[in-house]
Design a protein around this ligand. Structure first.
Ligand SMILES: *[C@@H]1O[C@H](CO)[C@@H](O)[C@H](O)[C@H]1NC(C)=O
Length: 345
């Protein structure tokens, strides 16, 4: 009896496991949702999917270096692919080969640590790329992947206006990483480990919004407004900012809206640690707190004292000369009687 029960339990277990691991897709007019491993390869090839414009696929353990869509399935109308939460480790151009009309690509919550050459080359209509918490691998691998994503030979990313790369522990980026995306309007890089504002000039010319909250940036570069000349909103909150005079002056830029100002705090110098950089008044740089201001004030005092000393010595000297000239000595003194004695003060 016990054996029979065990057999039934095991058979049921295997059956449910198969169903679960097979995964399933549900079609709802224009939208299809697939869940589980192999869900896409199980699509009914006799059915028409050509109306589907939105595909959501989750927990499917995708490998995007292979075809995402089976051979006989037509999903060419697809404009939105939500492939978040799939444990994707690899991506390549082949994964997107059959869905070339995708405009909105969501790849967040994955473990991508390998990107083949030019993975988005077929997605010429791409407008939005979301890859939050999507990258794995070490710092160098991430930097290389990012460069690889946007340095495309076949895709000029003319429509790509928004890139999200938040929460990826990115430490380094090549300065020209985003140069291939000339029309980029919004770039989100919050909650990474970026240490410097290392974007190349003439690359982010159309950028309107830049999100860099929660990184490790200390220094705001002096030429920041040359690097991002069109920026309208900027978030540099929760960075260990060094609030020197230049930094304070830079954030007073009128045309830029700084987000989360209360959280945009100084880590140094010690006098202003923990204060919002926006709280530091205009007079911050004119007071003795500024070492450079202190030095020049000291120099001014010394110069003043020297000037007084020279004037005093000069006066003494003239007094002595005039005493000497009033003494009745020699020829010159003859005419001197008629001359008006000049007065020296
Ligand atoms: C993508 O799918 C995830 C998981 O279902 C969901 O939380 C997220 O809102 C979706 N994103 C979009 C833009 O549909």
């Amino acid at each position: 009896m016990i054996e029979k029960v065990l057999v039934v339990v095991v058979v049921c277990g295997i059956f449910f496991d198969r169903v679960h691991s097979q995964g399933t897709c549900r079609l709802n007019e224009y939208e299809m949702t697939c869940r589980g491993k192999g869900s896409l390869s199980g699509l009914d090839t006799g059915k028409s999917y050509s109306m589907v414009d939105t595909l959501k696929v989750h927990q499917a353990k995708l490998d995007l270096t292979y075809d995402l869509i089976p051979d006989d399935v037509d999903l060419s109308r697809l404009t939105l692919l939500n492939a978040t939460d799939n444990e994707i480790t690899r991506i390549g151009s082949r994964g997107f080969n059959k869905i070339r009309n995708v405009q909105f690509l969501y790849l967040s919550n994955n473990l991508i640590h390998q990107a083949q050459h030019d993975p988005f080359q077929h997605l010429e209509k791409l407008e939005l790329l979301e890859m939050d918490e999507a990258l794995a691998g070490n710092s160098e691998e991430k930097a290389d992947m990012l460069r690889n994503f946007f340095n495309s030979k076949n895709n000029n990313f003319v429509h790509l206006t928004k890139i999200e790369l938040n929460n990826n522990k990115i430490e380094e980026m090549y300065p020209r990483t985003f140069c291939g995306v000339q029309g980029l309007k919004r770039l989100e890089l919050s909650n990474n480990r970026i240490q410097s504002f290392g974007f190349a000039r003439h690359c982010l010319g159309e950028l309107k919004a830049l999100m860099l909250a929660g990184n490790l940036i200390e220094k705001i570069p002096k030429d920041i407004w040359d690097i991002i000349p069109s920026v309208e909103s900027l978030d540099i909150s929760n960075n260990p900012l060094h609030c020197d005079c230049d930094a304070v002056r830079l954030v007073k830029e009128d045309d830029v809206h700084f987000l989360n100002q209360g959280q945009t705090k100084c880590a140094s110098p010690a006098e202003v640690e923990g204060k919002s950089i926006f709280e530091l008044g205009k007079d911050y740089c004119n007071t003795a707190r500024n070492p450079r201001g202190k030095a020049s004030f000291f120099q001014f005092i010394i110069l003043f004292v020297i000037a007084i000393a020279i004037l005093w010595a000069y006066k003494k000297y003239r007094e002595r000369i005039s005493h000497m000239s009033s003494a009745p000595v020699g020829y010159t003194n003859l005419q001197h009687e008629q001359a008006v004695e000049p007065e020296f003060v």
